[in-house]
Design a protein around this ligand. Structure first.
Ligand SMILES: [Zn+2]
Length: 246
């Protein structure tokens, strides 16, 4: 498939905005973030046609944070697979529609816009735009339809993902998490760290709290990481890759 790559059990595909990650196990498949409905379609087609697996093998979806470009395809995917959804406990207020994600500063919005134009992102289809339920758009109080069954906590494991641990990394948003695997020295960084055309950066686009972001990165820097799966851009395999983060 175009724009895809395999890193052990982790399969990467380019999504409409951020990447699509599928973690393939013998009995179950997990998905990390589902950007838009068309990303959910890509995942289904990949699992069924490329992997030759039953789409009901997709048992778990983990959301790294509540921004629209990470959660808007969740309802589409759960309706077709019955996968369970997990997110950090502090995402509850956003994913249930109880609160809107905070509106960040004008300069933060402007940098986000420049980033989108420079990266030619996002490229959502017309269906994405029509179906976009507005969940996760700062300022709009609208959650996903799917009921999240597992609320994750810092330092704990993720049901169905043996070896992976939750690292709560507030900063980009207050509900951001990374997933870390000590044995594999691998990290899903969500939007805490992005790969901006080959440059690894702390994500200050639409940032919620810069000081918290730096604190979270100090926490991540304690972890040995040789494989980074960022929330934007391509994965990077490199010894002690977090040393390269600006
Ligand atoms: Zn984000």
């Amino acid at each position: 498939m175009h724009n895809s790559a395999i890193f052990g059990s982790i399969h990467y595909m380019k999504g409409q905005a951020g990447p699509v990650y599928v973690m393939v196990g013998a009995d179950a498949i997990a998905v990390i973030d589902v950007g838009f409905p068309s990303d959910a379609k890509t995942i289904i087609a990949y699992v069924r046609d490329v992997l030759g697996r039953d789409i009901n093998d997709i048992k778990m979806i983990v959301l790294t944070h509540s921004h629209f470009d990470h959660v808007n395809g969740v309802d589409y995917l759960t309706e077709r697979t019955g996968a369970r959804v997990a997110a950090h406990e502090s995402a509850r207020k956003y994913l249930t529609g109880e609160q809107a994600l905070p509106v960040t500063s004008l300069s933060s919005y402007m940098s986000f816009l420049v980033f989108l134009i420079r990266n030619r992102f996002p490229r959502p289809s017309l269906t994405d735009i029509c179906l976009m339920p507005r969940a996760g758009i700062p300022g709009f109080k609208k959650g996903i339809e799917t009921r999240v069954e597992t609320w994750l906590k810092d330092g704990e494991g993720v049901p169905g993902l043996p070896g992976w641990e939750v690292v709560h990394t507030p900063g980009h948003t207050d509900d951001g998490i990374c997933l870390y695997n000590f044995k594999e020295r691998a990290l899903f960084s969500g939007d805490t760290i992005i790969n901006d055309k080959g440059v690894l950066r702390l994500n200050r686009l639409l940032v919620w709290n810069e000081a918290a972001l730096k604190n979270s990165f100090r926490k991540l820097r304690q972890l040995p990481v040789d494989s980074l799966f960022p929330g934007w851009g391509k994965p990077v395999k490199k010894k002690d890759v977090l040393k390269d983060v600006m």
